[in-house]
Design a protein around this ligand. Structure first.
Ligand code: GLV
Length: 310
């Protein structure tokens, strides 16, 4: 039985191969481009695999996404849809996202970008913002990661609500569910945090209509996927003054192309898909543990669903 690995970058792939070899003794762990006998391959541990690569393995038991999202696997048109997909999260990944969301919610709340711009011009302007209790934050996506981020921001004192496809209960957080609850959720949100998975239902969900439903002066933090944002609509909402700013970690094309208007936009902070990161040092352990547990139990508690799309 063998395990193939693909992370895009050759050096990263080699690093993961070495680590998984140590963690999965007795398994033949190899890079995807040197898979050995295709019928021996039982697991493909991947980030954004090339189209058609997975379909070459007739006895694959599962695809392991090196990430919480599975959209990068599902976009392969040749992916056999019946193969289970395991996602990779773990406490470190959740912690990184909690930090990212807290950092940027606070930055928008305290208007850090304005203070930075003032400093650059030598301007002394004391900006007084309301306390967090009077700032309404809305988190879209209340899976394990979204829920933990919402609770983190609530613990800082913010007035937090969450929106998800189905109803979720979260202590101290008002929750909204389904398409009909989206507008009321947005209407009460001043800092919107998107942590949704990218599916056919959520593609383009941050558009002129939804951004327009936020109160004037609101801010957006997107650590979901670039495909959630209709880029022209976001730029228009920022340029008209309806939105005060946006922090974007994910983009339709990554790396963000050189001359993309987001780079130099005065109201946009770009971060290079680092809101979270699966560190091979600990991530390979999570992946190996998930593979062994999946082998033993035939499923994992938080399995992705290819039909649902996350
Ligand atoms: C990162 O974007 C992930 O899917 O984990």
């Amino acid at each position: 039985m063998s395990v193939v690995v693909y992370l895009g970058d050759d050096e990263e792939t080699r690093d993961w191969v070495d680590r998984l070899r140590r963690l999965l003794p007795g398994r033949d762990v190899r890079p995807l481009d040197d898979p050995g006998a295709p019928e021996d391959v039982a697991y493909a541990v991947v980030w954004a695999p090339p189209a058609g690569a997975i379909a070459r393995f007739p006895r694959l038991r599962a695809v392991v996404s090196v990430g919480a999202g599975i959209d990068h696997v599902l976009r392969d048109p040749e992916l056999p849809r019946h193969i289970p997909i395991l996602r990779t999260t773990g406490p470190e990944m959740v912690q990184r996202l909690r930090e990212y969301v807290a950092l940027h919610v606070l930055a928008h709340h305290r208007q850090l970008a304005v203070t930075d711009a003032n400093q650059a011009r030598g301007v002394w302007q004391q900006i007084v913002t309301p306390p967090a209790q009077r700032r309404r934050v809305g988190v879209m996506g209340l899976g394990h990661i979204g829920a933990q981020c919402a609770l983190t921001v609530a613990a800082l004192g913010f007035d937090v609500a969450g929106w998800a496809r189905s109803k979720k209960a979260l202590a101290g957080i008002e929750t909204f569910a389904g398409p009909e609850a989206l507008r009321p959720f947005l209407a009460r949100t001043e800092i919107l945090v998107c942590l949704l998975p990218l599916t056919s239902e959520t593609k383009g969900i941050l558009n002129a209509g939804t951004l327009g439903s936020l109160p004037a002066g609101s801010a957006l933090i997107n650590a979901g996927r670039g495909g959630h944002v209709v880029e022209a609509d976001l730029l228009a909402a920022l340029d008209s003054g309806h939105l005060s700013g946006a922090t974007l970690d994910v983009f339709q094309t990554e790396p963000l192309p050189d001359r993309h208007p987001f780079w130099a936009h005065p109201k946009i902070r770009v971060t290079p898909h680092i809101a979270s990161y699966i560190d091979p040092g600990t991530g390979a352990g999570v992946v190996a543990e998930n593979i062994l547990r999946y082998e033993a139990e035939g499923r994992l508690p938080d399995m992705a669903d290819a039909v649902r799309g996350y």
